[in-house]
Design a protein around this ligand. Structure first.
Ligand code: NAD
Length: 257
């Protein structure tokens, strides 16, 4: 029986690590003995990285040069990149008619173009070593849409396309690529949305969670970041070598209907 964790320590680059899912992934990887470069534009991520024993690189990933710089930093520090977790993300809610063009571009740059550029920059190292794991944090909104989230949903649907293409190109080179599609996870990204929706609909926050966020869920609770990082750890392990090009829902049964 294959162990679900890697026996060999790896070098991982994780984006969006100041809070939420990315922070949990860094902690999980450190527990597995991996060397980690945590990449974020938020200074607070440095303290979190220090506490977890990870290295930190400050970068605004909407800037293509910063994406390339992050991979160069990992290679300079650790000699290679084995695992890439594309996680950094933001949300903006507004109908298409009013959606600000600048916000659209920011979301596509951060959540679709940055994963592409990071994949491209990390690829030669993975190819040379004949081993690579790319894990893209997509969303249930890579599978279904909701009104008001056009940029986020477009970026996440696109990320599934990038994942599948990387899987096809990477297969012969020992590189796998997979996506994870969570429903609502207890993170600052969702806490802000709960507060916004409560104000918008004049509801209390508990009602927003129960009546809006969990409306389509069979399992009526929010997801813990550690439930996502556990799946990241599996997909980044040797044991998952036959798993590629797939999308893994952690969606409380949302898309079962
Ligand atoms: N929380 C959820 O319910 C949920 C559900 C599905 C998918 N996701 C996805 O999971 C990922 C992580 O989200 P989270 O909920 O942990 O959010 P979060 O807000 O806790 O973390 C997002 C991280 O991205 C970083 N970031 C934002 N803009 C950046 C930029 N320009 N450059 C570098 N870093 C930047 C932030 O500083 C933060 O550390 C996102 O891609 C999100 O779309 C979240």
């Amino acid at each position: 029986m294959t162990n679900t964790t890697t026996s060999v320590p790896r070098v991982a680059l994780v984006t969006g690590t100041a809070s939420g899912i990315g922070e949990a992934v860094v902690r999980q990887f450190r527990e597995l003995g991996h060397q980690v470069l945590a990449v974020d534009f938020n200074e607070q991520a440095k303290d979190k990285a220090d506490a977890a024993g990870a290295a930190f690189y400050q970068a605004d990933l909407t800037d293509g040069e910063a994406c390339k710089g992050a991979v160069a930093e990992a290679i300079q520090r650790f000699g290679r990149v084995d695992i890439l977790v594309n996680n950094a993300g933001i949300q903006h809610v507004s109908p298409i008619e009013d959606f600000p063009e600048a916000k659209w571009r920011q979301i596509i740059d951060l959540m679709l173009t940055a994963p592409f550029l990071l994949t491209q920059a990390a690829w030669p190292s993975m190819r040379r070593n004949g081993w690579g794991r790319i894990v893209n944090i997509a969303s249930v909104h890579a599978q279904v849409a909701s009104p008001g989230k056009s940029a986020y949903i477009s970026a996440k649907h696109g990320l599934i396309g990038l994942t599948k293409t990387a899987a096809l190109e990477g297969g012969p080179q020992g590189i796998t690529a997979n996506a994870i599609c969570p429903a609502y996870v207890k993170t600052p990204l969702v806490e802000n949305q709960i507060a916004d929706q409560a104000r918008l609909h004049n509801m209390d926050e508990q009602d927003v969670v129960e009546q809006i966020m969990l409306k389509n869920a069979a399992v009526k609770r929010l997801i813990d970041p550690e439930e996502v990082s556990a799946l990241v750890a599996y997909l980044a392990s040797d044991a998952a070598g036959a798993v590629s090009g797939s999308s893994w829902n952690i969606d409380l049964g949302w898309t079962a209907q």
